[in-house]
Design a protein around this ligand. Sequence first.
Ligand code: UFG
Length: 325
Amino acid sequence: MRILVTGGAGYIGAHTSRLLAERGDYVLVVDDLVTGSRDRIPEIPVVSLNIANGSAEQLEGLMREHRIDAVIHFAAQKRVGESVEKPAWYYEQNVGSVAQLLLAMQAAEVRKLVFSSSAAVYGEASGAIAEDAPTHPINPYGATKLVGEQLISASSRAWPLRAASLRYFNVGGAGSPELGDTQALNLIPICFEQIADNKPPLIFGDNYDTLDGTCVRDYVHVSDVAEAHLAVLDALPDLPGNTMLNIGTGVGTTVRQMVDAILHVCGSDLTAEVLDRRAGDPAAVVGVVDSIRELTGWSARYTVSDIVESAWQSRQHFNAISARR
Ligand code: UFG
């Protein structure tokens, strides 16, 4: 296949682009290279472009010129806190890009799309969450992902588009050290940072109704997430309209278990400090992942220790690079 990957120089996008290229697909990446980096995908052509505003004609031209069959759309802003500060910009970027892409795809007659959505569309739902759970995002980031899904669904009713919106749970780890996420502001990198400063990792609340009182999440290895995109892309001809699919492991891990694994991999003897609950955190968020397995045969292969271990290797890699500069 000939695939246009937006955001293909980013964290999940680069993992996926490399897998596609390795299996022999033609890959063209479009990425504004603000948070993404060409170093992640040295072998793959990159067009440097932010697609959120007025890019439809240029995208259509690229799709025609490169005879594109399918699009995987990763390019987006993904910081929940920032989305609360800059909601209009988040809608412009995350919804605008979907609109430009769909205009271009319809004009160029490209009829397959895989979209990066997020479990953030479920908002404060707690427990084991299937795709038919109510969607009530609690921040602008999650709202932009939900609107993106809705725009794709409406398009799939208007013209012969086959699409899937992948709702990622807590993605972490690295397929190789240079592919790690250098931008993330979530549990694993925050703990690494604390430990590097010789400060205790912080646990936001230990009085939830869970195994050890700390929040439960579904941590999924980025290499598994990348594989899921290939599986879904290959299954698209058999799927109608826009299919929502959870991407997780179906297994929950508590914050305490995660922090212990992180301390272990760092070889640290610090003890975590428990603070108050963080606002808006659901007690447990674990994906029901039967749909994607039934439709594509995909299921996650890596464990939480693989995630923590590979994230640590990646951090060491980037530390070594900055030490040399
Ligand atoms: N946590 C701590 N200490 C920290 C950081 C986080 O205890 O220093 C806890 C949080 O309170 C939460 C859990 O670790 O209970 C995971 O928090 P993250 O911030 O790593 O991730 P979230 O589950 O809050 O958010 C993730 C993604 C978002 C996405 C959301 C919903 O990072 O992008 O899932 O799918 F929107």
